[in-house]
Design a protein around this ligand. Structure first.
Ligand code: PMP
Length: 427
């Protein structure tokens, strides 16, 4: 059945659409943290639709809130009329952001959110020069391709913004990898100063950074890096945009927003993925004067629609009612320590924070990316009933991003599968 669907997929969808697994799966049912494919096989889900199904599947409180909105008959009303749930959700996110006098604009995806942030920053600063981190991922829209420093994922080199990349987001294979945290921060700040002095022509609009690089392989820079960078940026009025598409809503465990670990209040944050628990949503929260900087009337037909607002409001309630930020910290530590204890020579580094856990696979005894082992691990874990993710510049990093509702027993189950699969994977 999937063979036939795969052939039809290949015939009618673009060749560059990558599917996981030698024999791709079609998910037809999902409940809690488990998904079932069309052959009836059930898997524990440690990737959650690339961190979108943040609460898991078929969560009654969220489904009920969406159903209630559907029952009103109002799926969409256009941006020409008032939408109460949009105002209320914006008020909550503005307050949660910690950004003074914040305003919010809703989009449908992370790429659109980052595109909007780029448009606001470039307009506000009257400059189309931006900075991004090496190895970053910010989306696949025409603007965000330009600031995605992960070339393996880049689709086009034509760009409406002029971008320069700086060190800091990814450390394991960087030239500064052996330095202490403090010296690493100093080296990255020196690189930023150098880029500003030598590579840019005059005013720069903003720096866009992920607090923990997601697609780049769940690499968390030392706490304080971004505060040190922001001091340099502040001296020239350059805006700081934190891309919280993966790190927002408590997933990193220690903080509600990933950037808070650095003691930074950004000028803007972008969000998407987990807030919708599978519904399409994204947005920008930022300084009111920056968010107000364009004269656009309306820039999204579906952004902020009542169905997405109902789902997102229920997700936010669920995160607080169930203290999921604390759960992310506890379950994340359980996974990190379990994987570190396994001490497999294929694993060059176990890293991350909260429920963003990465395993960089290498040729044993070296830092050389082991792409083949990562591919085999994907198949080995699937065969044992676990779905995981893969990423990193070389596609050699295993990514674990289960729903934030993961239980202790499920974390243990996943760990045992991972350790067993590692032992079965050839070096
Ligand atoms: N920013 C980050 C940090 C992301 O991980 C992603 C998606 N992987 C995006 C932006 C783009 O989001 P979307 O795919 O919803 O456009």
């Amino acid at each position: 059945m999937t063979d036939e669907l795969l052939a039809r997929h290949r015939a009618v969808l673009p060749s560059w659409m990558a599917l996981f697994y030698d024999e791709p799966i079609e998910i037809v049912h999902a409940q809690d943290r488990r998904v079932t494919d069309s052959s009836g096989r059930t898997y524990l889900d440690f990737f959650a639709g690339v961190l979108t199904n943040s609460m898991g599947y078929d969560v009654a409180e969220i489904s009920d809130a969406v159903r209630k909105q559907l029952d009103t008959g109002v799926l969409h009303t256009s941006t020409l009329y008032l939408i109460r749930s949009q105002v209320e959700l914006a008020e909550r996110i503005a307050k949660l952001s910690g950004i003074p006098d914040a305003k919010v604009f809703f989009t449908n995806s992370g790429s659109e959110a980052n595109d909007t942030a780029l448009m606001l920053a470039t307009q506000y600063r009257r400059s189309n020069q931006v900075l991004a981190m090496r190895n970053s991922y910010h989306g696949r829209s025409f603007g965000t391709i330009a600031i995605t420093g992960n070339r393996g994922w880049s689709a086009s080199s034509l760009s409406p913004v002029k971008v320069n990349y700086v060190h800091g987001g990814y450390r394991y294979r960087s030239p500064f990898r052996e330095l202490s945290d403090a010296a690493y921060i100093d080296a990255c700040v020196a690189d930023l100063v150098d880029v500003l002095e030598t590579a840019t022509a005059g005013d720069v609009a903003c720096l866009v950074a992920e607090p923990i690089q997601g697609v780049g392989g769940f690499s968390a820079p030392p706490d304080g890096l971004y505060r040190a960078m922001k001091e340099v940026l502040d001296a020239s009025g350059i805006l700081f945009v934190s891309d919280e598409v993966q790190t927002g809503w408590g997933r990193t465990g220690s903080h509600f927003w990933g950037i808070q670990a650095h003691g930074v209040v950004p000028d803007m944050m972008t969000f998407a993925k987990g807030l919708g628990n599978g519904l399409a949503i994204g947005g920008v929260v930022g300084r009111g004067d920056v968010v107000d900087a364009i004269n656009a009337q309306s820039i999204s037909t579906f952004g902020g629609n009542p169905v997405a607002m109902a789902g997102a409001t229920a997700v936010l309630d669920y995160i607080t009612d169930h203290n999921l930020q604390a759960n992310c910290e506890a379950r994340g530590n359980q996974l990190l320590s379990g994987l570190r204890a396994a001490d497999n020579p294929l694993v060059g580094e176990v890293r991350g924070k909260g429920l963003m856990v990465g395993l960089e696979l290498v040729e044993p005894g070296t830092r050389t990316p082991n792409v083949r082992a990562a591919k085999q691990m994907l198949e080995e874990t699937r065969a044992r009933g676990l779905l995981i993710g893969k990423g990193g510049l070389h596609n050699n990093v295993l990514r674990l991003g289960p729903p934030m509702t993961l239980t202790e027993a499920e974390a243990q189950e996943g760990l045992e599968i991972l350790v067993d699969a590692l032992a079965a994977t050839h070096a």
